[in-house]
Design a protein around this ligand. Structure first.
Ligand code: SF4
Ligand code: SF4
Length: 303
């Protein structure tokens, strides 16, 4: 039975596909978008999160750590060596204040399916189903495909959200098992794309083109991030790319929000877009107008 690392399962979602849905978030992503609202999803393996505000520096966790990752740094100070942590969870159990938790768990397809099937009557009534997100589902290709196929065997509607950065054949094979694909496009300029996400954009743009040749239900999502990809030139370049595709997909403008900012602190990381304001909904609506001027239909999502 195929297994993969899952970092969250959210039931009763009304987003990311038709009807009532269960969202299954797979861990691991090849991109490092500056605005990522799920930074805990980026590394492929389970990892430890630490909520400093809850920690009273009681040091109960130090002696239970079998790897020497946690040490007392004198006068009640605590130090954590990420490179030694095996994510065993012993400190999570020991902490009296809930300051630690492990993000990510290896699960079999069967186990995820058991959670998903709890809401089968709601899916049937609402036309809903299951959506794989992340992280990036294509980063665990065998697991993602097996899970989608297992859902289909139970007559569930299937969807996936993707950054599109995956080897093309593997990518298409997973997408084939999804009834709906939500595909992110973040910037048209290669160098700027590398600055914003850590990877170039050719593979992503080529994969979208290939996908549109074989898949009938594709929605392109554009995260509109102030100062990153929201200029008139950025949007016009996006429009020209869309017009050159084999057919026009549905397009959704996703205004940038800061809901994930606090998670960077839990990971001991700095938030690169500190001080960047959330994108006003009106700006997302205006961006849709720019696309409409090129004959492209677009809807703006709300936070
Ligand atoms: S998860 Fe385990 S190895 Fe990592 S810091 Fe906690 S006790 Fe140590
Ligand atoms: S046991 Fe919890 S509260 Fe105590 S030092 Fe460790 S993380 Fe902080």
């Amino acid at each position: 039975m195929s297994s993969g690392v899952v970092f969250d399962i959210q039931r009763y979602s009304l987003q990311d596909g038709p009807g009532l849905r269960t969202l299954v978030f797979l861990k691991g992503c090849p991109l490092r978008c500056l605005w990522c609202s799920n930074p805990e999803s980026q590394r492929p393996e389970p990892q430890l999160l630490y909520e400093g505000d809850r920690c009273t520096l009681c040091l109960t966790c130090v002696p239970v750590c079998p790897s020497g990752s946690l040490t007392s740094a004198g006068k009640g100070a605590l130090s954590y060596d990420l490179t030694r942590c095996t994510c065993c969870g012993a400190c999570v159990q020991a902490c009296p204040n809930g300051a630690r938790r492990v993000c990510g768990e290896r699960m079999t397809v069967e186990r995820v399916l058991a959670v998903v099937l709890r809401d089968a009557p709601f899916y049937r009534r609402s036309g809903g189903g299951v959506t794989l997100g992340g992280g990036e589902p294509t980063g665990q290709p065998e697991f993602a495909r097996s899970l989608l196929e297992a859902c289909r065997r139970h007559d569930l509607d299937t969807a996936m959200e993707t950054c599109g950065y995956a080897e093309t054949r593997s990518f298409l094979s997973i997408a084939e098992a999804a009834d709906h694909v939500f595909f992110d496009v973040k910037h048209m300029d290669r160098a700027r794309h590398v600055e914003l996400t850590g990877v170039p954009n050719e593979l992503i743009l080529d994969n979208l083109r290939a996908l549109l040749h074989v898949h009938h239900d594709v929605t392109v999502r554009y995260p509109l991030v102030p100062g990153c990809n929201d200029s008139g030139d950025d949007l016009r370049a996006f429009a020209h790319y869309l017009l050159g595709l084999p057919r026009l997909p549905r397009v959704e403008m996703v205004p940038y929000h800061r809901f994930g900012e606090h998670k960077y602190r839990l990971l001991g990381r700095t938030y690169a877009l500190e001080g960047t304001p959330a994108c006003p909904e009106q700006d997302a609506a205006n961006a849709c107008v720019t696309l409409a001027q090129h004959g492209i239909g677009c809807s703006a999502l709300v936070h």
